[in-house]
Ligand binder design. Sequence first.
Ligand SMILES: Cc1cc2nc3c(=O)[nH]c(=O)nc-3n(C[C@H](O)[C@H](O)[C@H](O)COP(=O)(O)O)c2cc1C
Length: 185
Amino acid sequence: MNLQDAIHSRRTAHSWTNEPVNQDILERALRAAQMAPCHRLTWPWRFTLPGPVARNALYELGVQLKAARRAEQPSEALRDRLRQKLLHPALVVVSQVLDEDLDRQNEDYAACACAIQNLSLSVTADGLHSKWSTGGLTRHKETYEILSVPQDEERIIGFVWIGTPARLPNEPERLPLEQVVRSVP
Ligand SMILES: Cc1cc2nc3c(=O)[nH]c(=O)nc-3n(C[C@H](O)[C@H](O)[C@H](O)COP(=O)(O)O)c2cc1C
């Protein structure tokens, strides 16, 4: 697959088969992420690969958070739905090393976003799909503890799920190019 094909076929998937992700694909994707640019060579990204114990703890926390948001006890249906979302795909947790300087932090966030895009394009080129997710689970204090990410030094900026989608959503309608490109004399 050439680069243009990968860019145009990369899609955010929301549901996954339980087909395991080939470790070579994952390693290639991490190497691609590591090739992202960063201003002043700060190398601000960190990738945490949770093993089975951490994955299960994240799943349990995810179930509790979702049930609490609905003000109900976790049902078997909820557990099954989240099992499929949180336990089937491979997971790369991306965090940003926090610089004291706020301008540097902004630029480092941009660099981390480039790294995530490289990672996503790499898995797309290898026939898989991905999802960058953020929310209650990625921001929760317990998530940092489960993953041993030092909360005073790094910020988790996304969970990147990788796998074979059970189905892909329809392509979201994008703004026409003329609406986002401005030519000035
Ligand atoms: C910073 C960031 C955070 C995101 N967080 C979520 C999320 O929490 N849940 C989700 O379903 N999609 C999330 N997405 C994916 C977007 O919803 C998705 O990219 C958008 O719908 C366009 O679809 P596409 O990726 O298939 O082009 C996130 C994307 C970015 C860049």
